[in-house]
Design a protein around this ligand. Structure first.
Ligand code: HSE
Length: 405
């Protein structure tokens, strides 16, 4: 028998209770033992809620109840969520989480504590919502030397970009809709400024290398500067715009990890990943390209991944589910040394200057009044920064152009 406690009865937490309750029979069968929710911890009361009787406000009841062997942490943040997770693991209670911020910040430490106390720290829901991606990297691709990971890792921004492209929608209105649908973070700046995707690509990169990729050192750029004009130029040139998390092994144990919006060719499989869906490309040295696709945010998809971790924890009671991610820092390459083609949008009268600074580029013939769009040849980021400085406020926008290695 496994008794579960759920910490945080918000969007994901309530979804976890729903999945574990509605699919109780199946979950128990697959766990090899009966699984049921014993407590739900939240500061609030939920009068009239189906699971009202399970709500408690004192974490110590969970910590000191030996019957509770699996805890779902769906609170978010790195304060109480960190303390509670640590205390549970130290007591030998497995923790299943959707909290990417916490996993990115304290993952290796919590994994170590879990190992020392014969329990597990599981975080399938922290990346890609309902898409299986942690387990494929850890298990199915375990024999692979992973060369690169490339992914649309944030549902909210993909939803916004899709609506901007297909419906010419207003940024703020779509963000509001994403919040209403339960996709966005409590502070949606984490979505639109790329921090959420940064945490996710840092987690995946750490699993790829077995070393820690510190998300705070990862170059991150969001989508707030992208305009309708950028989409007009992209469309004319045969591209769309997506924000991607990228991680590329560079040899000598080094990795280039970053988050950036890109011009990406319409023919690329990730260009077809729309709305709240996420898509992740993982390339291994033996298997080649693999791709994972599904709903990257939302109550039930994310809750489903947490519930699958509960089953895994239940199957491994008294044992540790191993994870290849130690505390040593990975060596991070500097994006300034990387080379890209750049899409540049300038005031029409600055086009000649742009062409002289970056010859051998390609003009985008689009009908945007007073503006010109141009795609440069591949240049080093360090050199492009100098070009951008020379153009000053004559440059209205710029995006990296994705090209496969
Ligand atoms: N805010 C996140 C997203 C939720 O939009 O992808 C899922 O991690």
């Amino acid at each position: 028998m496994v008794k579960v406690a759920v910490l945080g009865y918000g969007t994901v937490g309530s979804g976890v209770v729903e999945v574990l309750s509605e699919n109780k029979e199946l979950v128990s069968k697959k766990s090899g033992t009966e699984v049921s929710v014993k407590y739900i911890l939240d500061l609030r009361d939920f009068p009239g809620d189906t699971y009202e009787k399970l709500i408690i406000h004192d974490f110590n009841i969970i910590l000191n109840d030996p019957e509770v062997t699996v805890v779902c942490e769906t609170m978010g943040g790195v304060g109480a969520a960190y303390q509670f997770s640590k205390q549970c693991l130290e007591k030998g209670k497995s923790v299943c989480t959707s909290n990417k911020e916490l996993v990115a910040k304290h993952g290796p430490e919590l994994l170590k504590i879990a190992k020392e106390h014969y329990c597990s720290y599981l975080f399938e829901a922290s990346v890609g919502g309902g898409i299986p991606i942690i387990r494929p990297i850890m298990d199915a691709l375990a024999a692979e030397k992973i060369e690169s990971i490339l992914g649309i890792l944030n549902g909210t921004t993909n939803f916004i970009l899709t609506k901007m492209e297909k419906e010419g929608a207003d940024f703020d209105a779509v963000l509001k809709l994403a919040q209403e649908l339960g996709y966005a973070e409590r502070n949606p700046e984490a979505d639109v400024e790329g921090h959420d995707a940064c945490r996710k690509i840092s987690i995946l990169s750490s699993l790829m290398l077995g070393k820690n990729v510190d998300s705070e050192k990862v170059y991150t750029e969001g989508i707030t500067k992208i305009t309708a004009e950028d989409f007009a130029f992209a469309k004319k040139a045969g591209y769309t715009i997506k924000i991607l998390g990228v991680s590329e092994a560079q040899g000598e144990g080094e990795v280039l990890t970053y988050v950036s919006p890109f011009f990406i060719e319409n023919s690329h499989p990730l260009a077809m990943v729309n709305d709240v869906f996420n898509g992740i490309f993982v390339t291994g040295n033996m298997v080649g390209d693999t791709m994972y696709y599904g709903k990257g945010a939302g109550k039930l998809p994310t809750a489903s991944a947490v519930a699958a971790d509960v089953i895994d924890a239940a199957r491994h009671q008294g044992k540790n589910v191993p994870c290849y991610w130690d505390e040593d820092d990975a060596k991070l390459a500097d994006i300034s040394d990387a080379s890209f083609k750049y899409y540049v949008r300038v005031k029409a009268d600055a086009l000649d200057e742009l062409k002289s600074l970056a010859p051998a580029g390609k003009l985008i013939e689009a009908d945007v009044a007073g503006q010109a769009g141009y795609i440069t040849e591949k240049i080093c980021e360090r050199d492009f920064v100098k070009i951008a400085e020379k153009l000053g406020d004559k440059m209205l926008g710029r995006l990296r152009v994705y090209s496969a290695k």
